[in-house]
Design a protein around this ligand. Sequence first.
Ligand SMILES: *Cc1c(COP(=O)(O)O)cnc(C)c1O
Length: 340
Amino acid sequence: MSANLDWGNLGFGYIKTPYRYVADYKDGKWGEGKITEDDKVVLSECAGVLQYSQSAFEGLKAYTTRDGRIVTFRPDLNGERLENSAARLEMPVFPKEKFLEAVDMVVSANKEYVPPYGSGATLYIRPYMFGSSPVIGVKPAEEYQFRMFCTPVGPYFKGGVKPITIRVSDFDRAAPHGTGHIKAGLNYAMSLHAIVDAHKNGFDENMYLDPASRTYVEETGGANFLFITKDGKVVTPKSDSILPSITRRSLCYVAEHYLGLTVEHRPVKFSEVRDFAECGLCGTAAVISPVGKIYDHGNEICFPSGMNVMGPVTKKLYDTLTGIQAGNIPAPDGWIREIK
Ligand SMILES: *Cc1c(COP(=O)(O)O)cnc(C)c1O
């Protein structure tokens, strides 16, 4: 049974689905989590999350494979990353085994909302946790809530992939030794002004440079960079303040083990970027968004792949990873978790 939605015309917006998961942390331990129909969160006006932004989140997808199975892609890595985010924000760790159970329960309960194979749409899953008890003197909350809901979302590129134009930002995304490497809501709050300003000026995204020296490439507000050299190597920037994208890590594995490409994960100087042949942004939402042009204070870097199509190596990476996700190409062990 499938919900009566126009799968081909969904956007990337919130559509309420019937069930979500909730678990509370109280008296020093996590309670038994459960599925609920209640989509409302009722909080103290003084909750830690409302006063000092103590919150972290994740994002992953469930989809239908060609042979009709419902699967998620490497959800264990989302669980692990949320553990790291929680630890850095002095929140109690929600164990990754429980996280995986919650993913299974939420997707299973909302099965009719998993878009059919071939529609391009997916079920986006949003796990998150936050300090729920009152905090006025600056300290971690004593009580927390972990929640997970899901919402069907449309294909990222409607009517085909289109390369984007980005600009080098004058704002920073994350401080050296700060929270750039964890998926904290506060990183996104910081980036909102920069993205609104980028859009106002006709750019799709911001390229952030390292805040200490402004000479190395970091990432955009929500995706990691992947470059292809003229001799076909894959290069991804390395820095302690970059969020470790699961898509980027998976693409690097695919490049090396499926396509036989050389992969370099290393600091990347901005001055090198003009010499690359292709550029893309990696994240769960789009897998790879090709970048056609980078604008840097009056100078433009135009990649040879142009503004109409994905570069050839980027395309191979994209097709291989999405083929693995759709079940058309055999996946490495443990990458696909089937939901019963
Ligand atoms: C979530 C996120 C990404 C992408 O990570 P995926 O695991 O590939 O979805 C990249 N950068 C930032 C800042 C993020 O928050």
